[in-house]
Write a protein that binds this ligand. Structure first.
Ligand code: OAD
Length: 255
């Protein structure tokens, strides 16, 4: 298995690259991961907070947790790892960025990188497979909208409501037991099926169907490059591995 030079060569010669990121890329920005020693799922039980059943039985509690996460993440900034990926996607056609993260940091990096080049950010915008902390969806009419303002989860009466139908709003994130947005998943899998290289950064690669994006790329013959301080179930399939933090490794790898 190769290291940094092998990884650089793979990514340079590939015309089409699918990139799959997870919570690890945002760890260097101060966003907690899910499964590490300090991970969110060590402190809270997913079924109490991140399921449709949990929201139906106690929407206030679920919103309180999301309000806390939104506040924490809103104070975080993209790190050099996000910036390097945004720069790559703007510089080269054929890059598809797919993320499981709901923190909006790839988008923030894409907007900043595009503005610095006087370009629209479109090619660097990620496919956010698990949704976004900063979007809401109406449980009544299904309308989606961006939402960055404060959430008052002090009582059921103060929870955010839809301007159109008055229905209760929920975070526009994918919860356990829910399907991923079909159009986004289809686009991610299609890009994976055509990619000559797949760069996987900061994900434990245990949550499907998101991890299936890397598997699809592998099945289609793509060379896998992994950036993660720890091994994952994808590591045995990788042609090159960087056992390093994303913020440190990606700028050099993608420059
Ligand atoms: P995890 O918390 O499962 O995994 C984080 C990964 O990042 C681990 O493999 C770490 O070794 C690695 N890591 C930690 N610090 C890093 C750093 N500085 N640079 C690079 N890698 C680092 O997070 P995900 O794989 O993203 O889903 O989790 C997948 C999904 O599980 C999440 O999207 C979420 C969760 O349940 C939903 O909420 C639907």
């Amino acid at each position: 298995m190769g290291g940094r030079e092998a990884a650089r060569a793979i990514l340079e010669r590939a015309e089409r690259v699918v990139v799959l990121t997870g919570a690890g890329i945002s760890a260097d920005s101060g966003v907690p991961t899910f499964r590490g020693p300090e991970g969110l799922w060590k402190r809270w039980r997913p079924e109490q907070l991140a399921t449709p059943e949990a929201f139906r039985s106690d929407p206030r509690l679920v919103w309180e947790w999301y309000a806390w996460r939104r506040e924490k993440v809103a104070a975080c900034r993209p790190n050099p790892g996000h910036d390097a990926l945004a720069g790559l996607a703007l510089r080269r056609p054929g890059i598809t960025l797919v993320t499981q993260n709901v923190d909006g940091l790839h988008e923030a990096a894409a907007v900043a990188a595009a503005a610095a080049r006087g370009r629209p950010p479109d090619p660097a915008l990620p496919l956010e497979l698990h949704g976004s902390l900063f979007r809401v969806r109406c449980t009544g009419c299904g309308e989606r909208a961006g939402h960055r303002g404060p959430i008052d989860a002090g009582s059921p009466e103060t929870l955010p409501r839809c301007h159109g139908c008055g229905g209760l709003l929920r975070p526009d994130v994918v919860w356990f037991g829910e399907p991923l947005p079909a159009d986004l998943l289809a686009r991610a899998l299609a890009a994976a099926g055509e990619a000559e290289a797949c760069l996987v950064v900061g994900t434990s690669a245990v949550v499907y169907p998101a991890a299936g994006v890397a598997m699809r790329a592998l099945e289609a013959g793509a060379a896998l490059v992994e950036v993660n301080p720890e091994p994952t179930p994808l590591s045995p399939y990788a042609e090159a591995c960087l056992r390093a933090r994303a913020a440190g490794a990606l700028p050099g790898l993608l420059s």
